[in-house]
Design a protein around this ligand. Sequence first.
Ligand code: PMP
Length: 443
Amino acid sequence: MKDSLLIKPVMDETYPVAVKGAGVYIYDDTGKKYLDGSSGAVTASIGHANPEIINTIYTQAQKVSFVYRSQFTSDPAEQLALKLNEMINTDTNYWSFFVNSGSEATETAMKIAIQYWQEQGNYRKNKLLSRWVSYHGITIGALSMSGHVTRRERFIPLLEEYPSVSAPYCYRCPFQKTYPSCQLACAHELETAIHRVGADHIAAFIAEPIVGAAGGVIVPPDGYYQQIKKICDQYHILFIADEVMTGIGRTGKMFGIDHWNVKPDIIALGKGMSAGYTPIAAAIASDKVMKPILDGSKSIMSGHTYSANPQSAAVALAVLEFIETNKLVEKSHEKGLYLLKKLNDLKKQYPMIGDIRGKGLMIGVEFVDNQESKQPFARQMNITNQVVKIAKEKGLLIYPAQAGKDGIHGDAIIIAPPFIISNKEINELVRLFEETLLEVQSG
Ligand code: PMP
């Protein structure tokens, strides 16, 4: 019998066995302590082993853990939908459909967009547009929307070619221009893509307000999303904001798109929604999108066994309440500024840091072989993996973020600790990161 039959991302590596979480730390079975500098996969935003959430898990389990969505609704699921609508905070209502992962959320968003047009008798508008680079999830539909070479390449025959618009990547502008004289060429490229495919065929455009896993935190310039929304409206194309990573306070505002005052037609949420305490995610559609669906087929054609699971919904609700009561969105903003400043100080001393960017506690660090020319490191050097691995050895968890092999995007990582992190813990994070850079640079 083998020691382990668990399929892990890398099978030849010795994995630490996590046995305990406490605040911003995770402990393995040898007693080694890790500072969770990335909240796992930008997920554990309120930290580990929060007593209030543990209590909610216990209390809800005593009432009911599972009901099937086509037989019952439940209080926690109903309340969660109302809470999310309140947090979106606009005059139209937003309706929630609960799923279990970010990939399911974006794929459900895609299906809702297609159904929206079908209900109005329009069966031709069934394609999506998205950006290169981007990441919207690992299932085939979500991957079709994702501009991520490494995750796509094995499945290309099964995938649609939805990524057709450049990401607003000012550090390496795809048009070799500079903001603001560029006049937002990257936003206007959406119009070109629409003309190429034909607006009659396009149901929706999907974008992460700030690109995460595929690009190492790509923040668009001001005016970008206002322009994108204008183009979408002009050509009758729905705008889907993939807030799976940016949502629920991660960027220092409740939703990433709030930085640009744009209201999407559909929102995909995941990760921080339950802060990792249970798998739950959501596709959230505005009144405008839901009206023809409710008037027509009455509901959406999608769903999973665990959709709107009361146990998960109760946990998500408790997480949202905890974030609100403890003003953690504001904390994400404040702590983000402190961390950003400390990281920018490092940039002066470490030539391998090319760019530091982000909002709130979602900060990307892009590495370069030459700070001035922005020349990326050779792919074979696997700098991202080296940094992540050495940091982990030193007891710091950070998140690798590179779409790989597309020849444009360099090595990058994401630093995204829980919002409850103290300044002292941020200092420790930066110290461990600095020690990591020293070792990589000297190595
Ligand atoms: N969209 C975005 C923006 C993401 O960052 C991710 C996960 N990194 C997903 C979708 C997919 O979420 P999941 O891994 O929960 O399926």
